[in-house]
Design a protein around this ligand. Structure first.
Ligand code: ZN
Length: 569
């Protein structure tokens, strides 16, 4: 407890100092501003005082408001828009990804084994080798031998005999372990599958090394124990500091001024309180992900809105009810086309999710549930509907379904009707498109997969993001996916579901702000809002489709302070 009190004290002192620092005052002139304010969509100039926008308008209107001590930024016609808000990502994991093996570029299992072999050569014996980002559907050929298309551990175990290895799937919903790691985790032929997870086995019953959904916990717990840390205790502040700095730097470089984190335990939230007023630049909005028992104990005292000058807000709970489509973990109404005996996995019982929902109502938290398959989405909509009926409120509670990737057509209008936010990640669509029709078949893919346009048309709020580090946190490719659904030149995934350019930018700014109850301070260029904006090399509302991916972030401004500026080439 002392740890928490101390942190609060330190942050209180920092806050006191920051209010006496010189104010962030600036005037931006000659810009091509897309405000995302539908009443007043275009402007040329804006004025910032004390980190907030105090005027937006034409050159004539603004010139008389420029004061002598203001920094004046002449943008010479460049495009300016509200800073991107990452709508669903994992902030510290993004930094961690940069500290471990990056497996996202590997084109085969052999390449991954080679990456581990190289790492093992310089890693002290007994130390864990951690990697992330492999995806069997993105390899040029199937591994040999394989079980259900997944490799077996022998080659990896041979490449790293003296180190435990843990390699997380790109989706984050599956892990691969070598023999050493499985020994530490005491995985035997007769180890039972935990509820909501599977240990993938060969025909003779031995573990392949693949741990699906909640079975991953067996390896992760073994690692935490082996490294002498507990998931809920922040034992290595240096490690977290490095992860936080790397994530912060990458976000501002890519134009992200706010980041919605999809789930941290209370201990990590306590840690964040000590770094959000300096070390971490983007503003964070964090969902709590902890056991129901911890929620009962800590929700009340943890709730915070606009902590440290609007740099940290905690007022939402995260749960997951199924897994991901790539590893066949999404919970479906009908079996998988390419795995006819499986309808995926229900990873958390309805009762447990319902109990967390009641806690959200009791403590005035938003409730955000990961649901990917159509069955998972239906169950979550049912839970939300039951809770709303039992606890009527005049205002929308803005509960969210995270991903909402695959919906039964009957459930699409329920989002708008119930005021449930579809917290989607457009880049998942183009990234997953290579295997979605294999998993779901053409009819289900067309009617219900990544149907953001149908959701918008039915009156739902659709948000956007990348689920980083599942995908690159860069908003530009994700915006491109939102408005083109193009996998590669000439190949699109059901283009009738494309957003318009305006909808695409709104999904990444004002809609994300609404999904966090933050539309009064973020998401558009309007008087009174925080001065969080980006300057880009292209006008994303009008440039050619081909130009979108070439767009560069020239400047990122948070609270009137330039936190990133591209060096001229
Ligand atoms: Zn996520």
């Amino acid at each position: 407890m002392k740890f928490v009190v101390l942190n609060t004290f330190v942050v209180a002192i920092t806050l006191l100092c920051s209010t006496t620092l010189p104010a962030q005052n600036m005037a931006v002139i000659n810009a091509n501003i897309a405000t995302m304010d539908r009443e007043n969509p275009k402007a040329e100039c804006l004025v910032v005082k004390n980190g907030r926008i105090t005027a937006v308008g034409s050159k004539d209107e603004i010139s008389k408001l420029i004061e002598a001590d203001m920094q004046v930024l002449d943008l010479d016609g460049k495009f300016l828009m509200p800073g991107f808000i990452e709508g669903h990502g994992h902030f510290l994991m993004l930094g961690e990804m940069r500290m471990n093996l990056d497996l996202t570029k590997a084109k085969s299992w052999d390449e991954i084994v080679e990456q581990v072999r190289v790492a093992a050569a310089t890693t002290p014996p007994g130390k864990w080798i951690i990697g992330r980002g492999w995806h069997q559907s993105k390899w040029d050929s199937a591994p040999s031998p394989n079980v259900e298309g997944y490799p077996t551990h022998e080659a990896l175990s041979e490449a790293s005999p003296n180190n435990p290895v843990l390699l997380t799937h790109a989706s984050g919903h599956m892990d691969f372990a070598n023999a050493y790691a499985m020994r530490i985790a005491q995985i035997e032929d007769d180890t039972k599958d935990p509820e909501g997870g599977t240990i993938l086995r060969t025909e003779d019953g031995s573990a392949t090394g693949v741990f699906r959904e909640r079975a991953s916990g067996l390896i992760h717990s073994a690692r935490y124990k082996d490294e002498g840390q507990s998931k809920t205790i922040v034992s290595s502040v240096n490690y977290l500091n490095r992860a936080a700095e790397l994530a912060s730097e990458e976000c501002v470089r890519k134009g992200i001024t706010s980041f919605q984190d999809a789930g941290m335990p209370f201990a990590q939230i306590d840690y964040l309180k000590s770094v959000v007023d300096g070390r971490v630049k983007p503003r964070l909005w964090v969902m709590v992900r902890d056991s129901n028992q911890s929620l009962m104990q800590h929700l009340k005292k943890t709730r915070m809105i606009g902590y440290a000058n609007d740099h940290l807000t905690v007022r939402a709970i995260k749960r997951a009810i199924d897994g991901a489509l790539g590893p066949h973990g999404a919970w479906l109404l009908q079996p998988y086309d390419d795995m006819p005996l499986s309808r995926g996995l229900n990873t958390r019982s309805i009762e447990s999710v319902e109990e967390a929902a009641s806690l959200a109502i009791k403590h005035d938290y938003q409730f955000c549930v990961h649901a990917i398959g159509d069955r998972a989405n239906r169950e979550v909509l049912d839970i939300f509907e039951r809770q709303f009926k039992a606890n009527p409120s005049e205002k929308s509670r803005r509960w969210r379904i995270e991903h909402a990737q695959h919906l039964h057509p009957d459930d699409i209008p329920r989002f708008g009707q119930l005021g449930v936010i579809a917290a989607m990640q457009a880049v998942h669509c183009t990234s997953d498109a290579v295997f979605v029709p294999k998993r779901l078949g053409m009819r289900r893919s067309k009617e219900g997969a990544y149907v953001w346009k149908s959701l918008l048309n039915s009156g739902a709020i659709v948000t956007n993001g990348t689920d980083a580090p599942v995908e690159d946190v860069d908003p530009i490719p994700c915006f491109f996916a939102s408005v083109t659904r193009q996998l590669k030149p000439g190949v699109t995934f059901f283009p009738e579901q494309c957003m318009s350019r305006q909808e695409g930018l709104e999904s990444y700014t004002i809609n994300n702000a609404k999904a966090a109850f933050e539309e009064d301070i973020k998401g558009s260029i309007e008087v009174g809002k925080l001065a969080d904006f980006v300057v880009l090399s292209n006008d994303l509302l009008t440039c050619d489709d081909d130009e979108i991916l070439k767009t560069k972030v020239l400047r990122t401004v948070i609270g009137g302070e330039t936190v990133y500026e591209m060096k001229s080439e």
